[in-house]
Write a new protein. Structure first.
Length: 376
């Protein structure tokens, strides 16, 4: 058995090497490295994939969040609500723009923003909510959207880990992650479900006028070269990455199936291991399993992680320190104990290897090793 990897990008590449190499060579031959035709071709293909929303490619997922907030004219001091259990980028751009991040607790099962307590975080200064579709499963968007509408708030979906996941509303309507709020954002970081070979990101919206504004912001605030109508940034998806992503988008459904098959194998093998909890699957959202994240009981998470590493099995903790306890985001009144669910997750979550090319022998070895740790 080959060395187990958290994400096997090499094998994934080798399986589509000819298509990828040809796409890269076409860009090299054209020398259209910035804003070449492949960027728009990819944007149109991704738009069709997610149901027709406007797609504006950009340099990375963090830029996507920043540009989204700039496009909504949020001003310093405005409050933006976000889950406290998420990657720092979600809070980072809020702080960089002089906005005020307002942390809220997550649901203990889905790890996503908890709509039941969301309304209690809203004040007269609240302008937006940022639900994060963590680990590959959509947050419970229907109540989030209803609360936002009731208070006239924007919803910015952080879909960096959930591209392709679908949410079903109570009326039977189904929408893709990133297309339900005012704006959606995603990342094409190499390890993402749709990853490029460097940095990349995109912004989604169903509003044509807003899409045009987002395009301007991402391109120095200009529609016509050297005519800068609004304050912008320089955030472009380069043509090489767009060409790679265009090829890989054709395989995204297959990648999702492979990840779900691996997750199902994990579920079946680990469901009866009483010392852990397998991932919860919501009934109103599909799961694309960007991560397969278990909860380890009885304070044994770190010992299990160490044991697995000794057996050649990599694992990751997403995330070991909650945002409210990070030095950069600590504020008076938000000490340890302020967000008990998130703090418990930081002590118990463990993500196991999952990717598009996992083999049965790898899955069997990982699950049998976990069982050996607990039961000998």
């Amino acid at each position: 058995m080959d060395k187990i990897k958290m994400v096997d990008l090499q094998t994934q590449y080798l399986l589509i090497k000819q298509e990828i190499d040809e796409a890269i060579q076409q860009v090299l031959t054209s020398t259209a490295f910035i804003q070449g035709p492949e960027v728009n071709t990819f944007a149109q293909a991704l738009s069709a994939y997610i149901g027709g929303a406007h797609v504006i490619p950009c340099a990375n997922g963090t830029d996507a969040l920043q540009i989204a907030m700039m496009a909504l004219d949020l001003k310093p001091g405005d409050e933006v609500i976000l889950p406290v259990h998420t990657y720092v980028a979600t809070a980072e751009v809020i702080a960089l723009l002089g906005l005020t991040p307002v942390f809220t607790e997550v649901n203990k099962d889905t790890f996503n923003i908890d709509p039941d307590i969301l309304e209690s975080k809203i004040t007269s200064r609240t302008k937006a909510i940022v639900p994060v579709h963590l680990y590959g499963q959509c947050a419970d968007m229907e109540p989030v959207l209803k609360i936002a509408a009731r208070h006239n708030l924007h919803v910015i979906e952080d879909a960096a880990q959930s591209l392709g996941a679908k949410y079903t509303f109570t009326d039977g309507t189904t929408k893709t992650s990133g297309t339900m709020g005012t704006i959606g954002t995603t990342s094409f970081f190499p390890s993402k479900n749709l990853g490029c070979y460097g940095d990349g990101g995109a912004i989604f919206t169903n509003d044509k006028a807003l899409a045009e504004k987002i395009r301007m912001i991402a391109n120095h605030g200009q529609q016509v070269k050297y005519h800068h109508d609004i304050i912008g940034v320089n955030s472009r998806l380069d043509t090489l990455q767009a060409a790679i992503l265009r090829v890989k988008l054709n395989y995204l459904d297959r990648y999702e199936r492979n990840r779900n098959e691996a997750a199902s194998s994990y579920d079946q093998a680990l469901a009866q291991v009483k010392e852990i909890e397998i991932p919860y699957r919501a009934t109103n959202s599909t799961h694309v399993f960007h991560q397969y994240t278990i909860k380890v009981k009885d304070g044994k998470r770190d010992a299990l992680k160490k044991y697995l590493e000794q057996q050649g099995i990599p694992t990751m903790i997403y995330y070991p320190v909650p945002l409210h306890l990070q030095k950069a985001y600590k504020r008076s009144g938000f000490d340890e104990g302020s967000f008990p669910i998130t703090e418990e997750l930081s002590r118990t979550v463990l993500s196991l290897p999952i990717h598009t090319e996992m083999k049965a022998e790898e899955l069997n070895y990982i699950t049998s090793t976990i069982k050996t740790f607990f039961h000998g």
